[in-house]
Design a protein around this ligand. Structure first.
Ligand SMILES: NC(=O)c1ccc[n+]([C@@H]2O[C@H](COP(=O)([O-])OP(=O)(O)OC[C@H]3O[C@@H](n4cnc5c(N)ncnc54)[C@H](OP(=O)(O)O)[C@@H]3O)[C@@H](O)[C@H]2O)c1
Length: 269
């Protein structure tokens, strides 16, 4: 049996990945993972492929064990793994409880590594791993500091793993979008430390681009000319300067609300 596994399938990019897999991949089952069971069940109703709903909190070590046991029992080939569970928190470093940071590192880094590690035993040549990363993985980002660091981890992990696994024919891609219109902001925003959102993308476009980049054999997927330009800037300019510009943009946005468009994001906050 060939399966696809999608974490974070209850909303945003994970949900869009589940829909894309349903359309584009030849798998017998899609395993949908997130905490909100009802959301996953609703998604099942929209998919043609047989699904398995796995309501798991991936910051809980037992969840990975449960996933491992499910794999042992079904003994499938994992054709696709999408790691889209994740969250961030905006604010001054010391304004956010350290418990949030522990949780963020557990989900964005530890769970990603463990999901990959566990799934790899069931992958064969042609299997694919999408790790949902972020533009913030390319540079240090004040006021979203720890989140950016978790995403830098995911970028490094994904690219190195892709190189390691090339001999087995397994492909890993880090999907690095700029801002995306999802529920991410409902959890991330707790104050006005980040107010400048230069461009906001739709989740389905990020996912489509990632799918195309996977087919092209890329190890990093970046949607949008302006975002690619920002990535290039992080390679050409000193990071101290980039951070200065970022802080300036945020300060200006805080002081001059009218100048900037927040589109849907502000409505979500
Ligand atoms: N939106 C953006 O601007 C943006 C930009 C760059 C990168 N990203 C990254 O993209 C990824 C997907 O986020 P999104 O934008 O699609 O946001 P989202 O709509 O909030 O999706 C996050 C997903 O993670 C799941 N999740 C959260 N905590 C979990 C836990 N403890 N265990 C299992 N699943 C958990 C959520 O489901 P439950 O709540 O049901 O558990 C949800 O399905 C994240 O890694 C995020 O950091 C987002």
């Amino acid at each position: 049996m060939k399966i696809a596994v999608v974490t974070g399938a209850s909303s945003g990019m994970g949900l869009e990945f589940a829909k894309l897999i349903d359309e584009e991949y030849d798998v017998d089952e899609i395993w949908l993972i997130a905490r909100r069971k009802e959301r996953l069940q609703t998604l099942c109703g929209c998919l043609k492929t047989r699904t398995r709903v796995m309501p798991l909190d991936l910051t809980d070590k037992d969840s990975i064990l449960q996933y491992n046991n499910a794999l042992k029992e079904a003994d499938p080939v994992v054709t696709v793994l999408v790691n889209a569970s994740g969250f961030g928190k905006f604010g001054k470093f010391t304004d956010i409880p350290s418990e949030e940071y522990r949780n963020m590192i557990d989900l964005n880094c530890t769970a990603t590594v463990e999901m990959v590690y566990t799934s790899l035993q069931y992958m064969t040549s042609g299997s694919e791993i999408y790790n949902i990363d972020s533009l913030s993985s390319f540079q240090p980002v004040p006021y979203i500091n720890v989140y950016g660091a978790t995403k830098a981890f995911v970028l490094s992990f994904s690219r190195a793993l892709n190189a390691e696994l090339s001999g087995r024919g397994i492909h890993v891609i880090a999907v690095c979008p700029g801002w995306v219109n999802t529920e991410f902001f409902s959890r991330a925003v707790s104050d006005c430390s980040i107010k400048y959102f230069n461009k906001v993308f739709e989740a389905k476009d990020v996912v489509k681009k990632a799918f195309k980049d996977m087919k092209k054999g890329r190890d990093v997927s970046v949607l949008g000319f302006s975002i690619r330009a920002q990535v290039l800037a992080t390679k050409l300019l000193p990071h101290r300067l980039i951070m200065k510009i970022w802080i300036k943009q945020q300060n200006r946005a805080r002081n001059a609300d009218a100048v900037y468009k927040y589109t849907d994001i502000e409505r979500r906050v």
